[in-house]
Design a protein around this ligand. Structure first.
Ligand SMILES: C[S@@+](CC[C@H](N)C(=O)[O-])C[C@H]1O[C@@H](n2cnc3c(N)ncnc32)[C@H](O)[C@@H]1O
Length: 248
């Protein structure tokens, strides 16, 4: 099944899973801290999903956002959210790999785009599109699968609402399944593809980016006080996901 069909099926449940505490207090906190002051920034949100980050960056003072996603359903969710609470976010349906003549933008966001590359060529293409969309000095910021222990099987983070399964072999391009657990026993799964952490950085550099780096998730101060001590420790230690940054 391709990504479009996968997300067309699970769109609303994915949006629900985006409210899990680790999303807010680790993922969004880390990404937004990396972004710093975005007042007046022009932002492109690659693989925007339902516009979770587009809305958050508009709230933080961005001048405009353009979200691009391959799933009609995810784009529709973003547009619906925009109708009920207008922020000025714009959305377009399409494959990031096919995007041409975008921008220039000050910041590009790639929240779980790169781990959708099925081939190294596609991974390079995503990086090239991001590079071309930015003005000189612009920044690409993202969050992504980060697998340091391929072949370790099933990692259970059910306390945080997900499990990570695979890759079955330490071979790049192998599938990784994320199973998300929702209230009332509901769940859904998505499939990413395994690339070594260094491969991501190599492809970003090959596309022209400099100062490319991974950043472990950090815990927001309000997250630390809102949950019992140690609640996020397993995720912070195992680091199944991480943020990254790159400069044009
Ligand atoms: C895990 S979701 C992340 C959504 C959003 N960035 C977020 O953080 O909430 C991944 C999204 O990537 C989109 N996607 C996957 N491959 C894509 C591609 N080649 N071009 C555009 N969107 C893609 C899917 O449709 C899905 O909405």
């Amino acid at each position: 099944m391709d990504e479009e069909a996968e997300y067309d099926r699970i769109g609303d449940r994915y949006s629900e899973a985006k409210q899990q505490p680790f999303r807010i207090h680790l993922e969004a906190y880390t990404l937004e801290r990396l972004a710093g002051d975005v007042t007046g920034a022009r932002i492109v949100d690659f693989a925007c999903g339902d516009g979770f980050y587009s809305r958050r960056f508009m709230r933080r003072g961005a001048a405009r956002t353009l979200g691009i996603d391959a799933s009609h359903e995810m784009v529709a969710l973003g547009r619906r959210a925009e109708e009920s609470e207008p922020f000025g976010c714009r959305y377009a349906h399409g494959d990031v790999g096919d995007a041409r003549d975008l921008g220039p933008f000050d910041v590009a966001i790639a929240a779980y785009l790169l781990n959708y590359a099925r081939t190294r060529t596609e991974l390079r293409r995503f990086c090239e599109v991001a590079f071309a969309s930015l003005r000189p000095g612009g920044r690409l910021l993202g969050v992504n699968d980060r697998t340091d222990d391929p072949g370790a099987g099933r990692r259970d983070f059910s306390q945080h609402g997900f499990r990570k399964i695979g890759p079955a072999r330490a071979v790049e391009g192998e599938p990784i399944t994320y199973e998300f657990l929702l209230p009332e026993g509901r769940s859904f799964a998505i499939t990413n593809f395994y690339w070594r952490p260094e491969t991501y950085l190599d492809e970003l550099r090959a596309a022209g980016f400099r100062e490319v780096a991974w950043h472990p998730f950090e815990l927001a101060p309000d997250g630390a006080t809102a949950y019992p001590e140690g609640f996020f420790d397993d995720l912070l230690a195992a680091r199944p996901l991480a943020a990254f940054s790159a400069h044009r």
